[in-house]
Design a protein around this ligand. Sequence first.
Ligand code: UD1
Ligand code: UDP
Length: 367
Amino acid sequence: MSKPKVALVVGTRPDAIKTMPVVLALQKISEVETVLISTGQHREMLDQVFATFEVQPQIELNLMKPGQSLSEMTGRMSLALGEAIETVKPQFLLAQGDTTTTFLAGLMAFYAQVPFGHIEAGLRTHNVHNPFPEEFNRQAVALFAEHHYAPTEWSAANLKREHVPDSKIFVTGNTGIDAVKMVAAKREQTWLPEHKGRVLLMTMHRRENWGEPMSDVASNVRKLVDRYEDTHLVVAMHRNPIVREVLQAELGGHDRIELIEPPEYESFVKLMQRATLILSDSGGVQEEAPAFGIPVLVLRTTTERPEGVDAGCAKLVGTDGNVVYQEAVRLLDDPEAYASMAKAASPYGDGSAGARIVKHIRDFLQV
Ligand code: UD1
Ligand code: UDP
């Protein structure tokens, strides 16, 4: 008898990082055939993750187009993913998080009547416009999913409030913590700035921050670097030209600001560990920074990850540049305020989420 096929769909950098622990755990068992499908929603940033984890997709749809709109990406991806699922005929399909790739993987699994497991289920801001379109994507995916892998008790409670039956919810921890532990344990030398003083690290890419909010935050962060001569700012720029244009205009041409291409995952993790302070609107960075005790100012007005804020390791500071500036000043000037945030905590998981998910898949498939 042929082995059951378990397919996993990834498309963006965070999809791939957080799905890798499940892929690697599945590849270790001989009772299932693991099929990794890449939509290629991202290109360079996705390839970096495949290289870091030494995993290649069996199916590469290669869909990224420069400057893609949500609608054209949705159209192209629906057709291509629908065909890929038709070709593979998996017995189980998984995707993680809240990207267009994940939303469409869930929808196409539903159309093909393939049981769908949602990794990182139950995160909510309860505002479909923020983050946009991610909050809609993850709420919609909960309708398609048969198995909901919630990273925390809080995310599980959100699903229960939406009437997802208890028997379909599994609290697993976040697979992102598995991934970050895997790469942090590697001993290779990676790029770090030569600067001897305090390093600030910034990333910003979210759609709702495009334009004025991003430009206001960036210009105030430049003021911050001017104020503290011992600081050096590293900006890991997303590849999106809309984002780069703003960041380069506001932060370029300064001798203590380095605008760099997005480092591959392992280098980025080492860079986070080297940083005194992180400023970011990233979802994944909000989870990873607390694991290393690096304070993170979250450049957003909402978060679906309140656990780090409650634990005191992350602060939701919004996108008013002046407020961001004042919050950073407080942390850079006041050692007590800094120390109260700089405590290592992993409210998002213990590094075994992938193993828990694979155990559940095996129980479900009875292999
Ligand atoms: C996507 C996700 C977002 C996630 C982010 C992670 C959606 C709707 N958004 O947003 O949830 O937080 O990825 O980074 O799914 N580009 C490249 N090379 C790359 C990647 C992107 O050139 O490797 C450029 C392309 O011009 C592309 C553009 O960035 O068209 C936007 O990429 P897209 O995936 O549409 O949106 P993101 O903002 O990356
Ligand atoms: N990351 C990376 N290189 C970078 C910036 C981020 O490897 O230059 C990693 C980061 O450690 C985290 C993930 O990418 O695991 C987050 O991706 P991103 O911020 O693009 O998306 P989000 O998590 O906001 O959806």
